[in-house]
Design a protein around this ligand. Structure first.
Ligand code: M6R
Length: 365
């Protein structure tokens, strides 16, 4: 049932304040402002020297954001690769290490093959899945639930923000176990997570402005997305979402890589979407953005009110999201990139919920 929405994708985008709250209530004890894992861990985060993450598509981008969190908040080195590369790379893995697989469906063939490889190497196998009765869940030593409810739209939306919420919780649990996070810092990070659903609801309210931008975006042939740090995977996710439902060619790039090649593409016909809420890296990203503006590039900046002020003039469009703690900012930034892709596809008249050539669950390699 799509409710009042035209597509399942729209319904799922709008459900996110609730789905994030729901996932949060599984991982977090809000009263105590602490992460409280309900799953029995067959490993101790304190003993790990490395975490290996493998996934495909949007689930991979969730893992790519989590890498920043585990490394920063738990000082736990993370290796991450798309499952289709990982499985054939056959990387050496230390016995007793931890491998984590992220999958909405729990049936993705490449992710499952990567899981079986890791199990064969004597790794502890953990998975983050939405479908509890799936093959990936069955073959895991510990299953962390995504808990976003069934996702019907082929383009993943609410599964991503719920995956990120769960991963944020796991990174805090790891940070505590490894003695990296103080109790106060844990409380702070948990408060940032708790504030997220209300911020997501506010970000969803920017829709009318996004529709206006999407109308122009639907005329573009190529779109570049830029982000730095944990916003880099969000830039890649924005590009994936746009190409899969609007069929417009899009690429996500690390902002600092711009001058190493893609800046050659910049002209007034190629919109450049910059994902840059205020954080310790925002000035760097904004200066990359100015390089685009100086060459006549049309910029769509996704930031908060403070970022917009720092950005100054020469920006065609600014999408303002609420200011949140930089820890949870990548989760919030998913909302405008989803809405932009969705409305662009609606203008193009594509089959948003069933884009051509794609399947919801990719069970062949
Ligand atoms: O079910 P999974 O999470 O394992 O699926 C992984 C990808 O196939 C999936 O995220 C795909 O990239 C989506 N269509 C993205 O919107």
């Amino acid at each position: 049932d799509k409710g009042n929405h035209r597509h399942f994708m729209a319904k799922e985008i709008y459900e996110q304040p609730e789905t994030i709250s729901h996932t949060l209530s599984h991982y977090v004890d809000m009263g105590a402002e602490k992460v409280a894992l309900r799953e029995t861990l067959p490993f101790d985060f304190a003993d790990l020297t490395r975490l290996t993450i493998s996934a495909c598509g949007t689930a991979y981008f969730a893992g790519a954001v989590a890498k920043y969190w585990f490394e920063r908040h738990a000082r736990l080195p993370v290796d991450i690769d798309v499952a289709s590369e990982f499985r054939y790379r056959e990387p050496p893995l230390e016995k007793g290490g931890l491998s984590l697989f992220i999958s909405q469906s729990g049936e993705t063939a490449d992710t499952l093959a990567a899981l079986r490889y890791c199990a064969g190497q004597g790794q502890h196998v953990a998975s983050l899945v939405n479908t509890q009765e799936s093959t990936i869940a069955r073959e895991s030593d510990v299953v962390f639930p995504i808990l976003c409810g069934p996702e019907i739209g082929v383009a993943s939306t609410k599964a991503l923000t719920a995956q990120l919420t769960a991963l944020a919780g796991l990174s805090i649990a790891a940070g505590r176990a490894r003695g990296v996070l103080s109790a106060e810092r844990e409380n702070e990070l948990v408060r940032a997570l708790t504030a997220l659903p209300a911020a997501v609801a506010k970000a969803l309210a920017a829709e009318s402005q996004i529709i206006d931008i999407a109308k122009r975006l639907s005329k573009a042939k190529d779109v570049l997305y830029l982000g730095r740090g944990p916003m880099f995977p969000i830039a890649m996710e924005g590009a994936l979402k746009l190409k899969e439902i609007s069929y417009i060619h899009a690429e996500g790039y690390a902002a600092g890589e711009l001058k190493h090649g893609p800046i050659a593409l910049v002209d007034e016909d190629m919109p450049v979407i910059v994902v840059a809420p205020s954080d310790e890296l925002v000035d760097k990203t904004l200066s990359n953005m100015q390089e685009v503006a100086a060459r006549g590039g049309k910029i769509i900046l996704i930031t908060d009110a403070e970022g917009a002020e720092t950005a100054g003039h020469g920006i065609s469009d600014v999408i303002i999201v609420p200011r949140v703690d930089s820890f949870v900012a990548p989760i919030l930034a998913c909302i405008p990139v989803q809405l932009l892709a969705y409305h662009t596809a609606v203008f193009m008249g594509t089959d948003v919920d069933q884009p051509r050539n794609l399947a919801k669950s990719v069970t062949v390699e």
